[in-house]
Design a protein around this ligand. Structure first.
Ligand SMILES: [Mn+2]
Length: 429
């Protein structure tokens, strides 16, 4: 089931093929001069995938308002169709990450089959105890997994276990837990007791994990609680993951840190500790802005990938991060933003792959700061677009995904069946 016709993609590629081939050849020559085989890099990039969050295909919103776009997905099947378009054209997003209860449906096996028909699988499951669901007995206004009341905590634990059970039906292998629990006033919450309650609750969830599953603990500095949050930073996350066991690891959302925090260094620490779960990619200027990956600080994204490629290069034991986009699209067509962000992440990976590791090692050992910096910059400043274009085209995707998408008229087409939505599910997590 292909949302966009293959002939349309081929016709679009035909107009770009000659230039794409010339550019690939020229880049191949340049890289050969640095003793890098472009086809090897291409193969590595082709095997890289980043998951799409189901909520990403809807228009997001801010704390102030949400301005819906046309043809927004009405339910999880529409969301899968949009994810199918993204994967069909950009060929970098083979999995979808669901959010419960936003993506609840009555037939999980039908959902799994539908996903497979688009060539999609399922990534980590995401629970939601940061907002109240219809008909739930206890409110999360003052917390969920860390709530002072045991019955509220039990309800939040049960919801997470339900997410695991749904995920098992879909072939997912991980549960991501992010809680908004925290406080708005000094003194409102007993810091140590709240953390102890978090451990007590997450232990029960951890005990329900199937043997081949992982639990991703996502930290966030602030919001919705603005004085303190229980899992505020990677230190708290690391303490919790260590207490829980080997299946629990720390998830890094790039937007969940204070401005100027050295995120690539946090990544290196988590790798060293065997506790890096993976990523939620996005970009930010001020806080958890959920801007498109690499739109503001592409060098930072590259530096994160430099740590990842370095760990893979050195064969760090147990190194197996999960990659996902986590963005809120307010002024763009979400499909375009997600395709462009997936390519940005792929690009950072490719640029990190072409860093000369031996040269970097030698410069570090010799305390040659300038040459070390240059070794990284040479990777970052290489235009790897021809590699990405070739990867997409060889997989049946579009040389220029956004151009092909606009030419297809997909959005106008689905808008006929999907009435404009006011409000709707979405959010920033
Ligand atoms: Mn996130």
């Amino acid at each position: 089931m292909a949302p966009i016709s293959k002939d349309q993609i081929l016709a679009h590629n035909a107009t770009l093929q000659r230039h794409a081939d010339t550019d690939y050849e020229y880049l191949g020559e340049q890289l050969a001069r640095r003793n890098i085989d472009i086809d090897t890099i291409k193969t590595q990039v082709a095997s890289f995938g980043v998951a799409i969050p189901s909520w990403g295909v809807g228009t997001g919103g801010t704390r102030f308002a949400r301005f819906p776009g046309m043809g927004e997905p009405r339910h999880v099947f529409d969301k899968l169709q949009d994810c199918g378009v993204i994967q069909q054209l950009a060929r970098a997003t083979p999995t979808v990450s669901l959010h419960i209860p936003w993506d609840k449906c009555s037939d999980w096996s039908e959902l799994r089959q539908t996903a497979a028909s688009y060539g999609l699988g399922f990534d980590a499951m995401n629970s939601n105890t940061f907002s109240d669901q219809k008909d739930q007995s206890h409110s999360y206004k003052f917390g969920s997994l860390t709530h002072a009341d045991a019955a509220t905590r039990a309800q939040a634990v049960a919801h997470n276990i339900e997410c695991i059970e749904i995920g098992q039906k879909l072939g997912s292998k991980a549960l991501t837990v992010w809680v908004g629990d925290g406080s708005n006033f000094p003194g409102q919450q007993h810091f140590r007791r709240a953390f102890d309650r978090y451990l007590e609750s997450t232990r029960q969830i951890y005990a329900a994990l199937p043997g081949d599953w992982r639990m991703f603990l996502e930290h966030k500095i602030c919001e919705p609680a603005f004085y303190s949050t229980v899992i505020q930073d990677w230190g708290s996350s690391f303490m919790a993951a260590s207490a829980l066991g080997t299946k629990a690891q720390c998830l890094v959302d790039l937007g969940h840190h204070a401005p100027n925090v050295n995120i690539e260094m946090i990544v290196a620490r988590l790798i060293a500790a065997g506790k890096l779960a993976g990523f939620h990619f996005n970009d930010s200027k001020y806080g958890d802005d959920d801007l498109d990956a690499g739109s503001v600080a592409p060098y930072r994204l590259f530096l994160v990938f430099n740590e990842l490629v370095s760990a893979a290069h050195e064969g760090v034991t147990g190194f197996d991060p999960a990659y996902m986009l986590d963005q809120s699209h307010n002024v763009t067509d979400p499909i375009e933003s997600l395709m462009s962000s997936a390519a940005q992440v792929q690009q950072s990976y490719a640029q990190a792959l072409i860093v000369d590791r031996a040269e970097l090692d030698a410069a570090q050992t010799a305390n040659d700061a300038l040459m070390a910096s240059r070794a990284l910059k040479r990777g970052f400043e290489t235009n790897v677009t021809p590699i990405l274009q070739r990867v997409r085209a060889e997989a049946g995707g579009a040389i220029d995904p956004i151009g092909a998408y606009r030419a297809s008229g997909y959005r106008q087409q689905v808008a006929k069946d999907r009435p404009a939505v006011v409000g709707g599910s979405g959010g920033i997590v």
